[in-house]
Design a protein around this ligand. Structure first.
Ligand code: WTA
Length: 669
């Protein structure tokens, strides 16, 4: 059992520091958390890293000589040609394992075929309606090779960009691995995104092909994926070929000369396809994520470094064993799905469980039924899901035997200590360590995290940096701040799985991540470290919202709103939300001819749904006669945030142009 022990009381100055920081940055922070959970002896004994001292020793070495550490790790991967140099760092551009050649799908598949793992389950999948499928490493290898030949037959070549718009089904993994096998660059678009979002991503990436399904299931309904694709492609794009997997059997249109069926294409090709050797820095994928400007950023990851990052974290953070069944509940459309549903577990030769649907379909115990049915041993999910389970009530959990679980993980947003404690007690039965893992689409792999056999955990803290990760909390001048003082979270050294650029926009890459503190990576998150050096991530400090673990740029939603014919101006802010972490509140001014109405509010919400996707729909739309602005015309978001969360406006308003605006906005509620 994990034993809570108390940790030294934090200085009283701490609370006010955090409050000041919170005021400056408008970030909510946590109360002082005193509980500490040490790794259980039995767990530690079997773990790869067995004690805090062992972690500290390796960590110190990995920071002193990162190249030595990463080279040692990289030797455990399969290289077709060895590298000549570990790192070439001309800030902010990194090249890892120069001269080395490898193939990611070979590392995920072929290398497990020589021994007994050949017949081990690689993927165990359950569809939302309840279908079950298991693919062994041998079977998955065959499917990937077969489909890779379909890609070739459809004139997709090394370096070409391919959009994947699929639900969490084995074919998503097959399509990703098949692209990697022939050196094509995939860009997975989350199945909840709309036609407009697909079109933007095609335009930005210059993709020549798209892989989708007729439909997918979500809460019992069919999501018309192919239909969305048709809308995205209408009007012409760079996409020449659409490969359609038959999943839901819904009626669809097949465009002659452009669209082909996945199953029919397989009939024309064989299942032999050697993995091509690509340079370590060959692009592997582009994944779009929200930033603080209107346009989503295409985060580019390359092959060798990314593979190494997910391999090492999978090994040390989840401490995966051959007998484990690893279940990461993320959708393949997000980075967590890329790194810890597909690539991470397969690189380790582990068994990954994939589930297609909603956690509360047909009832709120679906997750726990899956854990029981398959005897899942490691569960990796998001705080927003955990909070939903708490709301749905413990009875749903208690119906099931969760004794197979041995390790729990959390990702996507700060986990509040109460949710952590519930996860620990109710799901983990008090016996499973929790790894609260901090990372980002840009970092590719986990960066700040407990190692389950070594690092004592504190509810709400992601604890300490992973090997080779030089994380720090700094003030505006870039100086490291003292214990319990809030600041900006930065990374001071390059790491293998870091993003290489923003696709097609080198300048934005430099400006966004590396210009505020020259040569250091700016994460965009606020954090503090406690007296034990533990990191407490407070949340975003830029104009990015974290809604139910999904990143949304406020300006992206604003652009969608002002594209509506009746909208003059829009400002979007986050408001704290018990379930989703943050809720989206839109302040909207209308054009002269338009008048506010409940119908228009609903229309605007739908409008955002159509332009971005349902996840971005504002929870609240408020009409205003004007928005509070500074004399130079900048919208004062801080004030809007305070108004949105029902607080009195307290901060500095001396630069406000028109005070009457503020009074009107506050009255509106
Ligand atoms: C937030 C998801 C606190 C953070 C892997 C980060 C977290 C953003 C945690 C990245 C965590 C992720 N604790 N905050 N354990 N994990 N975040 O790109 O604000 O979708 O910058 O990657 O999520 O979100 P992204």
């Amino acid at each position: 059992m994990l034993q809570p022990t108390s940790c030294p009381r934090l200085p009283s100055a701490f609370a006010s520091d955090i409050r000041n920081f919170a005021m400056e940055t408008n970030i909510e922070s946590y109360l002082i958390e005193k509980r500490v959970f040490k790794p259980a002896k039995e767990f530690a004994k079997k773990a790869r890293i067995k004690s805090l001292a062992q972690y500290q020793k390796i960590y110190r070495e990995s920071i002193r000589r990162p190249e030595t550490f990463w080279a040692r790790e990289a030797k455990e991967l399969t290289w077709q040609k060895p590298w000549k140099k570990v790192l070439d760092w001309k800030a902010p551009f990194a090249k890892w394992f120069i001269g080395g050649q490898l193939n990611l799908s070979e590392n995920c598949l072929d290398r497990h075929l020589n021994g007994w793992r050949r017949n081990k389950a690689a993927i165990i999948w359950e569809g939302e309606p309840g279908e079950k499928r298991t693919l062994t490493y041998q079977q998955l290898h065959r499917e990937v090779c077969h489909f890779a030949n379909v890609l070739k037959r459809n004139r997709i070549r090394k370096g070409d960009r391919v959009i994947i718009y699929l639900p969490t089904i084995p074919e998503a993994a097959i399509a990703m691995l098949a692209c990697a096998r022939i050196g094509a660059v995939h860009s997975v678009v989350f199945g909840g995104f709309s036609a407009d979002s697909i079109r933007d991503r095609i335009a930005d990436s210059g993709a020549i092909a798209l892989i989708t399904a007729d439909g997918s299931y979500r809460r019992g309904a069919v999501v018309p994926l192919k239909n969305n694709v048709d809308h995205a492609l209408s009007g012409g794009t760079t996409v020449k070929r659409v490969i359609v997997f038959k999943r839901a059997g819904n009626e669809i249109h097949m465009e002659e000369g452009r669209d082909v069926w996945w199953h029919r294409e397989l009939e024309y090709v064989d299942a032999n396809c050697e993995p091509i050797a690509v340079a370590s820095e060959h692009p592997l994928y582009i994944l779009y994520t929200s930033g603080s400007t209107g346009k989503p950023k295409g985060i580019l990851h390359t092959t060798g470094g990314y593979l190494l990052g997910i391999y090492s974290t999978m090994k040390y953070v989840f401490d995966v064993r051959d007998e484990d069944l690893f279940w990461c509940t993320a959708d393949v459309g997000w980075v967590t799905g890329h790194s810890y549903v597909v690539y991470g577990p397969l690189t380790l030769g582990a068994t990954t469980l994939m589930y297609e649907g909603a956690p509360n379909w047909p009832e709120p115990d679906r997750f726990w039924k899956i854990v029981e049915d398959y005897r899942v041993t490691i569960l990796y999910t998001a705080p927003t899901a955990i909070r939903a389970f708490i709301r749905w009530g413990d009875d749903w959990v208690k119906k099931h035997d969760l004794s197979s679980l041995r390790l729990l993980g959390s990702v996507g947003e700060p986990i509040n200590p109460e949710a952590w404690m519930w996860y620990h007690k109710t799901i983990g039965g008090g016996r499973c360590p929790i790894v609260d893992t901090w990372w980002q689409t840009e970092t590719g792999a986990i960066m700040i995290t407990p190692l389950p056999g070594a690092i004592p955990t504190k509810p709400g803290s992601a604890t300490l940096a992973f090997f080779g990760v030089d994380a720090a909390v700094v003030n505006e001048r870039g100086e490291e701040v003292g214990a319990n003082v809030g600041g900006k979270l930065i990374i001071r050294k390059p790491w293998p799985s870091m993003l290489r650029t923003i696709y097609g926009d080198q300048e934005r890459y430099q400006k966004q991540y590396w210009s505020e503190f020259k040569g250091r990576y700016l994460t965009g998150d606020g954090a503090r470290r406690d007296r034990d050096g533990y990191f407490w991530i407070v949340g975003r400090i830029d104009d990015v919202l974290n809604v139910a673990g999904h990143r949304l740029g406020t300006s992206e939603i604003e652009s969608a709103l002002v594209a509506h014919t009746q909208v003059e101006e829009a400002a979007v802010v986050g408001r704290p939300d018990e379930m989703k972490g943050q809720a989206v509140v839109a302040f909207v001014t209308l054009k002269g001819s338009a008048s506010p109405s409940t119908r228009l509010k609903a229309e605007l919400r739908d409008h955002v749904g159509i332009h971005i996707g349902a996840i971005a729909k504002p929870d609240e739309v408020r009409f205003a006669e004007a928005l509070p602005k500074t004399r130079s015309g900048k919208i004062m978001r801080r004030l809007l945030k305070e108004i949105a969360s029902g607080q009195n406006v307290t901060g500095d308003t001396t630069t406000l142009e028109d005070f009457s605006v503020l009074a009107k906005l506050s009255e509106e509620e």
